[in-house]
Design a protein around this ligand. Structure first.
Ligand code: ADP
Ligand code: MG
Length: 337
């Protein structure tokens, strides 16, 4: 039975759930990784398997009650396969995967994060699930030296609670973070292995394009050339996935009977161009946005609002000034009588 915490937060956010338990379907066959990443992951999986043997079947877990969990950090840029690999690990272990989108829950939990983090561990233990803290960069942050702000104090307590829970949890915990994640040293000591997820090279990209399609059912035109796409577009696996879905939509919405529809090279090219363009627009507005330039419609709107506000303020001042003059005049008249 799902814990009240989980059912409360499941489905709270449109589209994606902030916390959900899934029965993993995707396996390592669905993931194309550079050889070094793959090797580290295999090693991690080996550790988990030995761990289950030693502490489970050989009974040592019953003799030694703490420090039994295995903690991994998957670090890398967005769309490089961290989430899908956590799923593949859970699948390989025959366990469920409890996914916590940490970036989302932390803001929902304002004030209650430590308590809720503790119940996540309980839920994972009850369900014998691998626990994934996805987008967990904030969790990894250093404990603050001085704790003046309430928020800082909460972050501090959260890390302490996490350390305590990790200590008592006999299972697998995975943190997915970006490369810049800055771990508290005490936290760092609990992490067994950092697995580095790098951007795919040309060979990997070519294979990712293929693995995103159905091997027999997806209708491809003869001109499709994944090698050319892989060479031309240095993108992440997540970008390729998005482009494949866009290309398929474009091909499907073309006129004509369905049986004749094929995804052509031009569909893939246009789709990946759109994905790349969409990302650069986002980056521009996030990082390079020149707020003083009035070319930007948003900035112009802000400036217009400000000048409206200014004229309103001047008008109000003028009214107040006139009222004051009238009052002084009236007072003068009264006194003069
Ligand atoms: N290395 C990869 N091999 C195959 N597919 C990938 C790979 N990386 C990303 N993808 C595709 O992109 C999607 C998003 O990737 P995800 O695992 O969420 O990336 P991350 O967690 O690193 O942001 C996946 O569901 C998968 O379809
Ligand atoms: Mg992810």
């Amino acid at each position: 039975m799902p814990s009240p915490l989980l059912s409360f937060f499941s489905g709270r956010l449109a589209g994606r759930r902030a916390i959900e338990t899934i029965v993993p379907e995707r396996t390592f066959d669905d993931v194309i990784l550079p050889p070094a990443t793959r090797a580290t992951l295999d090693q991690a999986l080996g550790q988990v398997r030995n761990h289950n043997l030693i502490f489970g079947r050989w009974g040592l877990g019953e003799r030694h009650a703490t420090g039994l969990g295995l903690v991994f950090n998957f670090a890398g840029p967005p769309g490089t396969g961290k989430t899908i690999c956590a799923e593949a690990i859970a699948h390989a272990l025959g366990k469920k995967l409890l996914i916590v989108n940490y970036a989302e829950v932390e803001s929902m939990w304002a004030g209650e994060t430590p308590k809720n983090v503790a119940s996540l561990f309980r839920a994972a233990a009850e369900q014998d699930a691998v626990l994934l803290f996805d987008e967990a960069d904030a969790i990894a942050a250093r404990r603050f030296g001085r704790t003046s702000h309430g928020l800082e104090r909460e972050a501090n307590t959260t890390v302490n609670v996490l350390l305590r829970e990790l200590e008592g949890f006999n299972g697998v915990v995975i943190f997915a973070t970006n490369l810049a994640a800055n771990f508290d040293p005490a936290f760092e000591r609990r992490i067994r292995t950092h697995v580095l997820f790098e951007m795919p090279g040309i060979d990997e990209r070519e294979r990712i394009w293929r693995v995103q399609l159905h091997p027999t059912k997806t209708p491809l035109a003869d001109d499709v050339n994944f090698r050319a796409l892989a060479e031309r577009f240095a993108v992440s696996g997540g970008d390729i996935k998005n482009a494949v879905l866009k290309a398929a939509t474009a091909a499907a919405t073309e006129p004509g009977p369905d049986v004749g529809k094929r995804i052509h090279q031009r569909h893939f090219e246009r789709a990946i161009e759109e994905v790349v363009a969409g990302k650069s627009v986002m980056q521009q507005s996030l990082f390079d946005g020149d707020v003083t330039s009035s070319d930007d419609p948003a900035v112009r709107a802000m400036q217009a609002a400000e000048s409206r506000w200014r004229s309103t303020a001047i008008f109000a001042l003028a009214v107040a000034g006139t009222a004051l003059l009238v009052a002084v005049g009236a007072l003068g008249a009264v006194l003069a009588r």
